[in-house]
Write a protein that binds this ligand. Structure first.
Ligand SMILES: [Zn+2]
Length: 310
Protein backbone atom coordinates (compact mmCIF):
# COMPACT_ATOMS: atom_id res chain seq x y z
CA UNK A 1 0.00 0.00 0.00
CA UNK A 2 1.48 3.35 -0.97
CA UNK A 3 1.62 6.27 1.39
CA UNK A 4 -1.12 8.85 0.96
CA UNK A 5 -0.11 11.55 -1.48
CA UNK A 6 -0.95 14.37 0.87
CA UNK A 7 -0.81 14.90 4.59
CA UNK A 8 -3.63 16.52 6.45
CA UNK A 9 -1.72 19.61 7.34
CA UNK A 10 -3.94 22.61 6.66
CA UNK A 11 -1.39 24.36 4.47
CA UNK A 12 -0.85 21.26 2.37
CA UNK A 13 -4.58 20.84 2.15
CA UNK A 14 -5.03 24.36 0.82
CA UNK A 15 -2.13 23.89 -1.59
CA UNK A 16 -3.76 20.66 -2.77
CA UNK A 17 -7.11 22.36 -3.20
CA UNK A 18 -5.51 25.10 -5.31
CA UNK A 19 -3.76 22.54 -7.50
CA UNK A 20 -7.01 20.69 -8.00
CA UNK A 21 -8.70 23.68 -9.60
CA UNK A 22 -6.33 23.22 -12.55
CA UNK A 23 -7.75 19.76 -13.30
CA UNK A 24 -10.49 19.18 -15.87
CA UNK A 25 -13.87 19.52 -14.13
CA UNK A 26 -15.26 16.08 -15.04
CA UNK A 27 -12.78 13.19 -15.10
CA UNK A 28 -13.98 10.36 -17.32
CA UNK A 29 -14.36 7.99 -14.36
CA UNK A 30 -16.58 10.36 -12.36
CA UNK A 31 -19.94 8.81 -13.13
CA UNK A 32 -19.74 5.05 -12.65
CA UNK A 33 -23.35 3.94 -12.21
CA UNK A 34 -23.95 1.91 -9.05
CA UNK A 35 -24.57 -1.83 -9.29
CA UNK A 36 -27.99 -2.56 -7.74
CA UNK A 37 -29.70 -5.68 -6.43
CA UNK A 38 -32.27 -6.74 -3.84
CA UNK A 39 -31.47 -8.75 -0.73
CA UNK A 40 -34.37 -9.58 1.61
CA UNK A 41 -36.02 -6.32 2.54
CA UNK A 42 -32.99 -4.31 1.42
CA UNK A 43 -32.26 -2.54 -1.83
CA UNK A 44 -28.48 -2.55 -2.17
CA UNK A 45 -26.29 -0.40 -4.40
CA UNK A 46 -22.55 -0.79 -4.75
CA UNK A 47 -20.98 2.57 -5.44
CA UNK A 48 -17.39 3.07 -6.58
CA UNK A 49 -15.13 5.56 -4.82
CA UNK A 50 -12.66 5.29 -7.72
CA UNK A 51 -9.57 3.11 -7.51
CA UNK A 52 -6.25 3.11 -5.75
CA UNK A 53 -2.93 2.55 -7.50
CA UNK A 54 -1.06 0.02 -5.44
CA UNK A 55 2.43 -1.45 -5.57
CA UNK A 56 2.21 -5.09 -6.62
CA UNK A 57 5.24 -6.01 -4.50
CA UNK A 58 3.26 -5.16 -1.37
CA UNK A 59 0.69 -7.89 -2.07
CA UNK A 60 1.14 -10.91 0.19
CA UNK A 61 4.53 -9.76 1.49
CA UNK A 62 6.75 -12.67 2.52
CA UNK A 63 4.58 -15.32 0.84
CA UNK A 64 6.51 -18.29 -0.61
CA UNK A 65 7.85 -18.10 -4.16
CA UNK A 66 7.26 -19.13 -6.87
CA UNK A 67 3.59 -19.62 -5.77
CA UNK A 68 3.19 -15.92 -5.04
CA UNK A 69 4.37 -14.80 -8.48
CA UNK A 70 2.31 -17.52 -10.21
CA UNK A 71 -0.86 -16.38 -8.40
CA UNK A 72 -0.22 -12.75 -9.29
CA UNK A 73 0.38 -13.73 -12.92
CA UNK A 74 -2.93 -15.63 -12.88
CA UNK A 75 -4.60 -12.45 -11.60
CA UNK A 76 -3.02 -10.48 -14.44
CA UNK A 77 -0.99 -8.42 -11.98
CA UNK A 78 2.47 -8.49 -13.50
CA UNK A 79 3.16 -4.75 -13.60
CA UNK A 80 4.79 -2.64 -10.92
CA UNK A 81 1.41 -1.26 -9.85
CA UNK A 82 -2.17 -2.31 -10.26
CA UNK A 83 -5.58 -0.73 -9.89
CA UNK A 84 -7.26 -1.58 -6.62
CA UNK A 85 -11.03 -0.98 -6.72
CA UNK A 86 -12.92 0.62 -3.82
CA UNK A 87 -16.53 -0.58 -3.51
CA UNK A 88 -18.83 1.16 -1.03
CA UNK A 89 -22.11 -0.51 -0.09
CA UNK A 90 -25.31 1.53 0.20
CA UNK A 91 -28.24 -0.24 1.84
CA UNK A 92 -31.78 1.12 1.67
CA UNK A 93 -34.11 -0.43 4.25
CA UNK A 94 -37.66 0.55 5.15
CA UNK A 95 -36.23 2.71 7.95
CA UNK A 96 -32.73 3.84 6.90
CA UNK A 97 -30.30 4.65 4.12
CA UNK A 98 -27.01 3.18 5.33
CA UNK A 99 -23.59 3.67 3.74
CA UNK A 100 -20.87 1.22 4.71
CA UNK A 101 -17.56 3.11 4.78
CA UNK A 102 -17.10 6.71 3.72
CA UNK A 103 -14.45 6.41 0.99
CA UNK A 104 -11.12 8.24 0.84
CA UNK A 105 -12.17 11.87 0.39
CA UNK A 106 -10.11 14.46 -1.49
CA UNK A 107 -6.78 14.13 0.33
CA UNK A 108 -5.68 10.51 -0.22
CA UNK A 109 -5.05 9.77 -3.90
CA UNK A 110 -6.09 11.62 -7.07
CA UNK A 111 -7.94 8.50 -8.32
CA UNK A 112 -10.14 8.06 -5.22
CA UNK A 113 -12.73 10.20 -3.47
CA UNK A 114 -15.44 9.81 -6.10
CA UNK A 115 -18.29 8.44 -3.97
CA UNK A 116 -20.26 11.67 -3.46
CA UNK A 117 -20.09 12.46 -7.20
CA UNK A 118 -21.10 8.92 -8.13
CA UNK A 119 -24.03 8.99 -5.68
CA UNK A 120 -25.20 12.35 -7.01
CA UNK A 121 -24.88 11.18 -10.63
CA UNK A 122 -27.09 8.21 -9.71
CA UNK A 123 -29.76 10.53 -8.27
CA UNK A 124 -28.92 9.81 -4.63
CA UNK A 125 -28.38 12.87 -2.46
CA UNK A 126 -25.54 12.23 0.06
CA UNK A 127 -27.67 14.27 2.49
CA UNK A 128 -30.27 11.47 2.47
CA UNK A 129 -27.88 8.99 4.11
CA UNK A 130 -28.99 8.39 7.70
CA UNK A 131 -26.16 6.16 8.95
CA UNK A 132 -22.53 5.62 7.99
CA UNK A 133 -21.05 2.41 9.39
CA UNK A 134 -17.23 2.35 9.29
CA UNK A 135 -15.57 -1.06 9.02
CA UNK A 136 -12.27 0.47 10.14
CA UNK A 137 -10.27 3.69 10.14
CA UNK A 138 -7.77 3.22 7.28
CA UNK A 139 -7.72 6.22 4.90
CA UNK A 140 -9.64 4.66 1.98
CA UNK A 141 -12.51 3.89 4.39
CA UNK A 142 -12.72 6.93 6.66
CA UNK A 143 -11.00 10.01 5.22
CA UNK A 144 -14.09 10.55 3.05
CA UNK A 145 -16.15 11.67 6.03
CA UNK A 146 -15.10 15.15 4.86
CA UNK A 147 -15.16 16.68 1.39
CA UNK A 148 -13.16 19.34 -0.48
CA UNK A 149 -13.76 22.14 2.01
CA UNK A 150 -13.60 20.09 5.20
CA UNK A 151 -17.40 19.90 5.12
CA UNK A 152 -19.10 16.65 6.13
CA UNK A 153 -19.82 14.65 2.95
CA UNK A 154 -22.84 12.98 4.56
CA UNK A 155 -24.14 15.91 6.58
CA UNK A 156 -27.26 14.33 8.07
CA UNK A 157 -25.85 10.92 8.99
CA UNK A 158 -24.95 9.44 12.32
CA UNK A 159 -21.76 7.35 12.37
CA UNK A 160 -20.68 4.05 13.91
CA UNK A 161 -17.32 2.41 14.42
CA UNK A 162 -16.22 -0.36 16.76
CA UNK A 163 -15.10 0.67 20.22
CA UNK A 164 -11.87 -1.33 19.71
CA UNK A 165 -11.05 0.60 16.52
CA UNK A 166 -11.65 3.94 18.24
CA UNK A 167 -9.51 2.97 21.25
CA UNK A 168 -6.60 1.89 19.06
CA UNK A 169 -6.41 4.98 16.84
CA UNK A 170 -7.05 7.44 19.67
CA UNK A 171 -4.74 5.59 22.12
CA UNK A 172 -1.09 6.05 23.02
CA UNK A 173 0.10 2.96 21.12
CA UNK A 174 -1.29 3.89 17.70
CA UNK A 175 2.05 4.96 16.20
CA UNK A 176 3.84 1.90 17.58
CA UNK A 177 1.27 -0.49 16.07
CA UNK A 178 1.72 0.57 12.46
CA UNK A 179 4.58 0.36 9.96
CA UNK A 180 6.89 3.26 9.18
CA UNK A 181 5.35 4.04 5.78
CA UNK A 182 1.86 4.29 7.27
CA UNK A 183 2.52 6.61 10.20
CA UNK A 184 0.31 9.30 8.68
CA UNK A 185 -2.68 6.96 8.97
CA UNK A 186 -2.72 7.91 12.66
CA UNK A 187 -3.26 11.69 12.37
CA UNK A 188 -5.62 10.97 9.44
CA UNK A 189 -7.78 8.63 11.51
CA UNK A 190 -7.74 10.99 14.48
CA UNK A 191 -8.74 13.95 12.39
CA UNK A 192 -11.58 12.01 10.69
CA UNK A 193 -12.84 10.59 13.99
CA UNK A 194 -12.57 14.03 15.58
CA UNK A 195 -14.71 15.54 12.82
CA UNK A 196 -17.59 13.10 13.46
CA UNK A 197 -17.21 12.50 17.19
CA UNK A 198 -20.41 14.34 18.16
CA UNK A 199 -22.39 12.02 15.87
CA UNK A 200 -20.43 8.84 16.54
CA UNK A 201 -21.62 5.73 18.36
CA UNK A 202 -19.05 3.15 19.46
CA UNK A 203 -20.35 -0.36 18.83
CA UNK A 204 -19.36 -3.92 19.66
CA UNK A 205 -19.37 -7.05 17.47
CA UNK A 206 -22.74 -8.80 17.68
CA UNK A 207 -24.68 -5.55 18.06
CA UNK A 208 -27.50 -4.66 15.69
CA UNK A 209 -26.43 -1.40 14.00
CA UNK A 210 -29.63 -0.80 12.06
CA UNK A 211 -32.64 -3.01 11.47
CA UNK A 212 -31.36 -6.28 9.98
CA UNK A 213 -27.69 -5.21 10.03
CA UNK A 214 -25.31 -6.70 12.59
CA UNK A 215 -21.61 -6.12 13.34
CA UNK A 216 -19.31 -9.14 12.98
CA UNK A 217 -15.87 -9.30 14.60
CA UNK A 218 -13.22 -9.46 11.84
CA UNK A 219 -10.37 -7.74 13.71
CA UNK A 220 -6.86 -8.39 12.38
CA UNK A 221 -6.59 -6.23 9.26
CA UNK A 222 -6.97 -3.42 11.80
CA UNK A 223 -7.37 -3.78 15.56
CA UNK A 224 -11.14 -3.22 15.62
CA UNK A 225 -12.15 -4.15 12.07
CA UNK A 226 -15.79 -5.20 11.73
CA UNK A 227 -17.79 -6.66 8.87
CA UNK A 228 -21.53 -6.20 8.50
CA UNK A 229 -24.05 -9.04 8.21
CA UNK A 230 -27.32 -8.28 6.46
CA UNK A 231 -30.29 -10.50 7.32
CA UNK A 232 -32.32 -12.17 4.59
CA UNK A 233 -32.05 -15.18 2.29
CA UNK A 234 -28.89 -17.20 2.89
CA UNK A 235 -27.19 -14.14 4.29
CA UNK A 236 -24.90 -11.40 3.04
CA UNK A 237 -21.65 -10.15 4.54
CA UNK A 238 -20.09 -6.82 3.69
CA UNK A 239 -16.54 -7.90 4.42
CA UNK A 240 -14.61 -4.62 4.38
CA UNK A 241 -10.90 -5.51 4.12
CA UNK A 242 -11.09 -8.98 5.69
CA UNK A 243 -10.94 -10.49 2.17
CA UNK A 244 -9.22 -8.20 -0.33
CA UNK A 245 -7.77 -10.05 -3.32
CA UNK A 246 -9.73 -12.16 -5.85
CA UNK A 247 -7.07 -14.88 -5.98
CA UNK A 248 -4.57 -14.53 -3.14
CA UNK A 249 -7.21 -14.21 -0.39
CA UNK A 250 -9.13 -17.27 -1.64
CA UNK A 251 -6.37 -19.66 -2.73
CA UNK A 252 -4.01 -18.74 0.08
CA UNK A 253 -6.06 -17.23 2.93
CA UNK A 254 -3.22 -17.99 5.35
CA UNK A 255 -0.79 -15.70 3.53
CA UNK A 256 -0.46 -12.17 4.89
CA UNK A 257 -2.58 -9.74 2.94
CA UNK A 258 -1.55 -6.21 2.04
CA UNK A 259 -2.09 -3.85 4.95
CA UNK A 260 -2.96 -6.46 7.58
CA UNK A 261 -1.79 -4.97 10.89
CA UNK A 262 -1.97 -8.27 12.81
CA UNK A 263 -1.10 -10.80 10.11
CA UNK A 264 -1.77 -13.94 12.13
CA UNK A 265 -5.13 -12.80 13.40
CA UNK A 266 -6.17 -11.47 9.98
CA UNK A 267 -5.30 -14.83 8.38
CA UNK A 268 -7.35 -16.82 10.89
CA UNK A 269 -10.30 -14.41 10.51
CA UNK A 270 -10.08 -14.78 6.71
CA UNK A 271 -10.12 -18.59 6.92
CA UNK A 272 -13.07 -18.58 9.32
CA UNK A 273 -15.02 -16.12 7.18
CA UNK A 274 -14.36 -18.02 3.93
CA UNK A 275 -15.44 -21.28 5.57
CA UNK A 276 -18.64 -19.71 6.81
CA UNK A 277 -19.46 -17.99 3.49
CA UNK A 278 -18.89 -21.23 1.57
CA UNK A 279 -20.93 -23.31 4.05
CA UNK A 280 -23.87 -20.87 4.25
CA UNK A 281 -23.81 -19.96 0.54
CA UNK A 282 -24.03 -16.36 1.76
CA UNK A 283 -23.20 -13.45 -0.52
CA UNK A 284 -19.98 -11.49 -0.01
CA UNK A 285 -19.25 -7.88 -0.89
CA UNK A 286 -15.50 -7.17 -0.84
CA UNK A 287 -14.38 -3.56 -0.66
CA UNK A 288 -11.33 -4.16 -2.88
CA UNK A 289 -12.53 -7.11 -4.99
CA UNK A 290 -13.08 -6.38 -8.70
CA UNK A 291 -16.08 -4.03 -9.04
CA UNK A 292 -18.79 -4.51 -7.89
CA UNK A 293 -17.08 -6.96 -5.53
CA UNK A 294 -20.25 -9.06 -5.07
CA UNK A 295 -20.21 -12.85 -5.30
CA UNK A 296 -20.15 -16.20 -3.55
CA UNK A 297 -17.34 -18.22 -2.03
CA UNK A 298 -16.87 -21.78 -3.26
CA UNK A 299 -14.60 -24.49 -1.95
CA UNK A 300 -11.92 -25.51 -4.41
CA UNK A 301 -9.23 -28.17 -4.47
CA UNK A 302 -6.60 -25.58 -3.63
CA UNK A 303 -8.51 -23.56 -1.00
CA UNK A 304 -11.45 -21.39 -2.03
CA UNK A 305 -12.64 -19.63 -5.15
CA UNK A 306 -14.46 -16.34 -5.63
CA UNK A 307 -17.51 -16.71 -7.88
CA UNK A 308 -18.41 -13.14 -8.87
CA UNK A 309 -22.08 -12.31 -9.38
CA UNK A 310 -21.37 -10.43 -12.59
ZN1 LIG B 1 -9.13 -0.75 2.22
Amino acid sequence: MPSPGEGLDRRLFLKGAAALTALPPTPSWAADAPYRFRHGEFEISIVSDGHMLVRTDLLAPGAPEPERSATLRAAGQTGERFQYPTNLTLIRSPSDLVLIDAGAGPNFMPTTGRVADNLTAAGIDPGEITKVILTHAHPDHIWGVVGDFDDLQFPNASYMISAAEWSYWMGDDAFRGISEDRQNFVPGARRSLGRIKDRLTLVKPGEELARGLRALDTAGHSPGHISIEAAGGEGLIVGGDAITHPLLSFRHPGWPSMGDQDQERAASVRKRLLDRLATDRAKLIGFHLPYPGLGHVERAQDGYRFAPAT
